[in-house]
Ligand binder design. Sequence first.
Ligand SMILES: Cc1cc2nc3c(=O)[nH]c(=O)nc-3n(C[C@H](O)[C@H](O)[C@H](O)COP(=O)(O)OP(=O)(O)OC[C@H]3O[C@@H](n4cnc5c(N)ncnc54)[C@H](O)[C@@H]3O)c2cc1C
Length: 470
Amino acid sequence: MTVTEDRAGREQVGERNRVAVIGGGASGVLTAINLLVRSDDPDLEVVIHEASGIVGRGIAYGTNDQRHLLNVRARHMSAFPDSPSDLLDWALRTGRSSDPQGFLPRADYAIYLQDRLADVADDRLRVRAGRVLDVVPNGDGFDIVTERSRSRACAVVLAHGNQPPRPLVAGPGQEPLAEAPWHVANPWQLARLRALPADASVIVVGTGLTAVDTVITLLEDGPERQVTMLSRNGLLPKPHVGQAHTAWVTRVPGGDGPVTADEIAEVVTEECKAAAERGVGWRAVVDGLRPATQELWRRLPHDERVRFLEVHARDWEIRRHRMAPDVALRLQRYRYEGRLHVRSGALASVTDLGERCRVRTTTDPASYDVDAVVNCTGPLSDVRRSEDPLIQALLARGTVRPDPLALGLDTTPDGRLVDAAGSPVPDLHLVGPPRKGTLWESTAIPEIRAQAAQVATAVAERTSRRSLAD
Ligand SMILES: Cc1cc2nc3c(=O)[nH]c(=O)nc-3n(C[C@H](O)[C@H](O)[C@H](O)COP(=O)(O)OP(=O)(O)OC[C@H]3O[C@@H](n4cnc5c(N)ncnc54)[C@H](O)[C@@H]3O)c2cc1C
């Protein structure tokens, strides 16, 4: 695999069969692997554009803290749906735990993706470091615009991943918190967390899986530190239990017609009761729904999707996206030791004190002086407010449009992006979390690997046809 720096100039060579993959996280790497494996086109060229220049990591697997574990069991994290033991075989070969029920460090998963890409990489693959600022449809292909170059591709797969977190505000209608020594806007700057005083008091805004990782980095290395986690409902993700549970085929509302959010919630509650009567836990019910989730989402009319987001989504998310048992035990220990507190509420005011700040929350009359406020609120949930230049440019030109809930970008069921006029854009595809609005279940590897295979197959067929037509 050739890694090239983003360099000045305009490149036109070999553009007819060049596929540009924008983003080199899990989605981009899995797409590139599938393209290289599935294409029989000798002229194919795959270029991964990755802002950081390092592929395989992305946000999820970019952590260098070995205590940050996958939140999905190893047996479900293979890069290939048709080879479920691929990750376990790799783990065994490379001297790691190959327990199918286990949870590998997330940093190791990045190495796995890099290794699997290296296994299929040849001179058809290039990795280009630099951020793509625009993808402009032009004639029979696209111009790929970065800060310093402009190149051509005949097909493009967007794999740009999760949006950064929405900026923190203290109170409705307030300006985002200013840059300050105490304001950690990006929780993945682990060096900033590690550099905090040994006895720091920290407010972590958010109680999701990213917030959980932040707490581990802060408290495992700083026994004198104190952390308060704060979110609207103060709910932590539920833990996985030690071993995988009995399978439970969860009944879903029948037929093909529309369903309501409340109907789905009722069915889940009833199924949990029925399962409990047979000694089966709710986790089996949630997991049993997984294969039907995308179909149920499709059957929810727009207003019902809105209701689901407002009323049921958080309850679903904490059960669906669970913590590894070791991670849950750590949190339990910190709480028992009085070093971790989990509260419901939001920031009401934050006063700059120089190196520290004074925080008041909406649910507590007292104020607290703390060393840091860390933003773990999760990805921005309205793509129209994205500050990513690529997304702004694509939306402004109407090359793509938001999905109806603006959770991400609108696509056809097979992953072709849809333009502002509602037509699929030829040769422009999307893989990964930004398909959440269309599919709901689109953020984890089991869905991403299937999308990558499907999109790569379609793109490979098209580039092969071009070659044959030459
Ligand atoms: C903390 C965390 C833990 C997770 N743990 C798990 C887990 O255990 N199991 C699981 O199945 N899922 C997990 N997920 C879900 C996760 O979304 C997916 O597994 C997957 O990593 C998503 O990969 P991605 O490539 O789509 O996105 P990202 O990881 O966000 O990567 C996107 C990449 O694209 C690059 N990029 C973006 N825009 C541009 C641009 N314009 N030009 C060039 N490069 C660009 C970025 O630099 C980045 O490297 C986790 C998610 C998070 C956030």
